[in-house]
Ligand binder design. Sequence first.
Ligand code: PLP
Length: 356
Amino acid sequence: MADYPFYHSHIEISRDVLQSNARYLHRNLKSGTRSVAVIKADAYGHGAVEVARTVGDLYDMFAVANVTEAVALRKAGITHPILVFGVPVPQTVAAYPAYDLEAVVSSDEHFDQLQQGTAYHVEIDSGMGRLGIRPDDLERVRKRIASAGRITCKGVMTHFASADEGDGVYMQHQIRVLAQIRDMFGGQFPLHAANSAASLDHPDTHLDMVRHGIALYGYDPTPEPSEQLRPAMKWRSWVAQCKYIHKGDSLSYGATWQAPEGGYYAVIPAGYADGYRRNLSGKLPVRIDGRWYPQVGRVTMDYIMVWLGGDRYAAGTEVLVMGGEKNHAGIMADAIGTIPYEICCGIHTKVPRRMV
Ligand SMILES: *Cc1c(COP(=O)(O)O)cnc(C)c1O
């Protein structure tokens, strides 16, 4: 705890929304299909330990990007199976058996590096073009698995590059490679491939297990988003100052915005150092007391300015900076040409997260 346990803004994560998203995502799974909650990058900025506790009953397994994230979950008392997507390296191989973590073998040498007794999944690169053993020689992979008796294969996985683009040519290509993977490994090892988008739009890819990331947090990555998924994250700050300016007076760096008439503006302590991206300058509104007001002028390191017109608010009044129907992370992402993943992960870790 800091000397003064007050930060100028905070993130609220809704337990109800996370659970309702998770339930919605499980509705279209065949019974017996297992599920992984992907909570890498501190659960896409939502707080991995709290998210794990909140949706643990609905998921069979968690997945993280690296051993550091996995060990933090274990130390917080999380007992579910944990899959570590990232590559095992000499510095981390001992952690897998020590903390009961499942590794992902994504190249031939990992078979030799992993320590005795480690559980692992083999990742085949069916077209993602990132980690994974290229599928040219699935027979060789099968032999490696068969001869790696010191370690235990618990699954064979692959990852889609464009499941969020509907039924495109590339997705069809990967689904064809998936069919080969199925022919080779189906029935012997649990198979998993589907991320959020495939889980929602491609039931044929569910196989034995699905992996939910972004949709769990409330952003539907498919071309026709469902109304059922709702953003779990709200970013709240407050009015630091509220002042009158005259018609033509300008606000913030570059003096890019002038008041259209005399009126009030509020200074809100959330800026690009917190993760309110500078290229959002002048693009989205904030909500104060149920009303929407435009953010105007440039976003600065620690503050944004908001035009209130004739309205006035006392210092300390709460402000919804992100997370409402007009300014959630999906809308922010669209406004600046990125994806909600990046917005959520981009809110600085120093901004406190609270479950509500
Ligand atoms: C991040 C990740 C996921 C989750 O993807 P979403 O699009 O967030 O559902 C699934 N599998 C792998 C291998 C990943 O890296």
